[in-house]
Design a protein. Structure first.
Length: 155
């Protein structure tokens, strides 16, 4: 039983706080480009599908906005939109794994992060789609739109 009434922040909370203060994102994605989709656009598409189910019966859609961005490009856009330097660093796998373990992240979750962020380096850049516009009649939000509409929360 711990009788010390002062609780120290967990290593995970300390690492997160430090990353926020340094405004540095470390993910093992390298220069791979990814497609993005804003949650608002997903909601608009879902609303259309729910209100017009017969049109969308037995169909699936890959939703993206019109951009293919690397994490470095996203960091630059965040820097511009927020007026402060956001840095992206792509560590090597061992460094990434050990850092995450030090942050008390479970090994299986680290492996999932590696699968999601490291393996895209070896795949073709994904294609963007027009499904958001085709279904809703509106262009999907760009990453710049996302930053602009979430500036307060991202500060």
């Amino acid at each position: 039983m711990n009788i010390n009434s002062q609780q120290k922040p967990s290593p995970d909370k300390e690492q997160k706080k430090q990353a926020i203060e340094e405004a540095t994102q470390k993910i093992v994605c390298g220069r791979a480009k990814l497609t993005l989709i804003d949650v608002d656009d997903i909601g608009l598409v879902a609303a259309k599908i729910i209100t017009e189910p017969e049109v969308h019966l037995n169909k699936s859609y890959e939703l993206t906005n019109g951009e293919k961005l690397s994490f470095a490009e996203m960091a630059n856009k965040l820097s511009s939109g927020l007026g402060k330097k956001i840095q992206y660093i792509s560590p090597n796998l061992l460094q990434f794994y050990l850092t995450k373990r030090k942050e008390c992240v479970p090994s299986m979750f680290i492996l999932v992060l590696i699968m999601l962020h490291y393996f895209p380096r070896f795949q073709k850049t994904p294609k963007t789609t027009q499904w958001v516009k085709n279904i809703t009649g509106h262009e999907p939000k760009s990453f710049d739109d996302f930053v602009q509409s979430n500036t307060k929360q991202l500060q």
